[in-house]
Design a protein around this ligand. Structure first.
Ligand code: HEM
Ligand code: HEM
Length: 186
């Protein structure tokens, strides 16, 4: 299917599009949950759990690029009779979700590489240590924390919108991403 022209793309996205979506949704929720646990962990035990947080977050960053490629090449926006303003808002919400999806790991990586000590990632590898760069470390941590409530509110809105399409409008929006719902809606 790679190299598919627009006319070859079916009503349903290529399987990789929902696959990326669900794998990354799980990873984002996991990174968020570990991040919350981390905040309540005593300092002396924090480094280990931070390593797992970083590993999950770095996986999000790595998968982001093939996902964007798959969405752009192997899928197209769902056909809808939603008002124009709703379609624009949905695109803006997806755009901001992409921004935090990539912004969280990048700011996390900046924060951890400018903290001034070696940082082991789940016993697998170490992040580069650029020495202590106070202003950059603080700024990256602030932006990282700023993105968190944006992520949470948009994901809540996003899930409500998906359920609204499925339950109230009975359209294909959710079925495009949940193949076993397709019989009922096609
Ligand atoms: C999808 C990716 C990520 C998500 C959803 C995420 C989420 C979070 C959350 C919820 C917190 C707790 C913040 C708070 O309660 O105020 C946090 C803190 C933190 N995260 Fe992430 N994170 C991600 C990726 C990363 C990565 C890749 C790194 C580093 C390599 C990282 C490094 C940190 C650090 C250093 C903190 C502590 C900040 C502080 O103590 O103020 N994060 N993150
Ligand atoms: C139970 C949870 C979720 C449900 C039911 C859900 C449902 C959906 C549906 C139905 C679409 C297609 C929308 C369309 O075609 O216009 C979609 C797309 C999208 N979702 Fe979710 N989603 C969930 C969780 C998440 C999470 C946790 C994130 C990210 C943090 C996320 C980010 C996105 C993005 C960026 C898109 C745009 C298209 C794409 O990249 O595949 N979703 N979601």
């Amino acid at each position: 299917m790679s190299g598919a022209s627009e006319t070859q793309i079916s009503r349903w996205p290529h399987w990789s599009v929902p696959a990326f979506h669900w794998i990354m949704a799980v990873l984002m929720v996991a990174a968020f949950t570990i991040g919350q646990i981390m905040e309540d962990t005593p300092r002396d035990q924090r480094l280990e759990i931070m390593g797992y947080h970083a590993l999950v977050g770095i996986s999000v960053l790595v998968l982001f690029f093939p996902r964007i490629w798959a969405v752009a090449r192997l899928s197209r926006p769902h056909e809808t009779d939603d008002p124009r303003i709703i379609r624009i808002l949905a695109r803006v919400a997806h755009g901001i979700l992409y921004l935090v999806m990539v912004g969280l790991p990048i700011t996390g990586l900046i924060a951890m590489t400018t903290i001034g000590r070696n940082f082991p990632v789940a016993g697998l590898f170490e992040l580069p240590n650029f020495g202590r760069i106070e202003w950059l470390h603080e700024a990256a941590e602030d932006v990282h924390e700023f993105f968190v409530p944006i992520l949470v509110s948009l994901v809540v809105l996003h899930v409500v919108a998906a359920l609204w399409h499925h339950i109230m409008r009975h359209d294909d929006v959710l079925a495009r991403y949940v193949p076993w719902l397709r019989n009922r809606s096609s």
